[in-house]
Ligand binder design. Structure first.
Ligand code: GDP
Length: 170
């Protein structure tokens, strides 16, 4: 059956926070030990049902471009949602989330829906959930911690994002 909507969702955040693994977990329910096996693939899709509509989520990966600060406006073009990922074990990746929000404000559509994800929740933390939740609230982002490794909360975070986008467009 044809889908009713296609939503472009971009995954952003510092290098090695787990962007590729989160995407793989959501679209294929997989975690790759060789984490860069998807390099070169620009996006993956998964179709989900939201409010009796079929939504194809087209989830884009930076494919390592963020290492060279070369995430271009083309990457953000047409994106309705963003998953902004930091690594709860590395405080700097959380501190950089503010920069990624600035990137979005500069390059993405004003109405883009953003889900802040504190990944690697299976490991000892260096950032409290309260602090991240406060930052998310101040910036108007949704927030969830998750683990691409265990799968905890990954589906929930993506589905919540898709539901919020759907609420905006329908
Ligand atoms: P990217 O550069 O942001 O796309 O990060 P990757 O998806 O390549 O992941 C970077 C590293 O973190 C890899 O070694 C992954 O195996 C590891 N990793 C990713 N997600 C998790 C997670 O939820 N828990 C743990 N323990 N390791 C993870």
């Amino acid at each position: 059956m044809e889908e009713d909507y296609v939503f472009k969702i971009v995954v952003i955040g510092d290098s090695a926070v787990g962007k590729t693994q989160l995407l793989g977990r959501f679209t294929r329910d997989e975690f790759f030990l060789d984490s860069k096996s998807t390099i070169g693939i620009e996006f993956q899709t998964r179709t989900v049902d939201v409010a009796r509509r079929r939504v194809k989520a087209q989830v884009w990966d930076t494919a390592g471009q963020e290492r060279y600060r070369a995430v271009t406006s083309a990457y953000y073009r047409g994106a309705l949602g963003a998953v902004l990922v930091y690594d709860i074990t590395r405080r700097r990746t959380f501190e950089h989330a503010a920069r990624w929000v600035d990137e979005l404000r500069a390059h993405a559509d004003k109405s883009i829906v953003v889900m802040l994800v504190g990944n690697k929740a299976d490991l000892p933390r260096a950032v409290s959930a309260d602090e991240a939740a406060a930052f998310a609230e101040e910036q108007g982002l949704f927030f969830s911690e998750a683990s691409a490794l265990s799968g905890d909360n990954v589906e929930r975070a993506f589905l919540r994002l898709i539901e919020e986008i759907h609420a905006n467009v329908s």
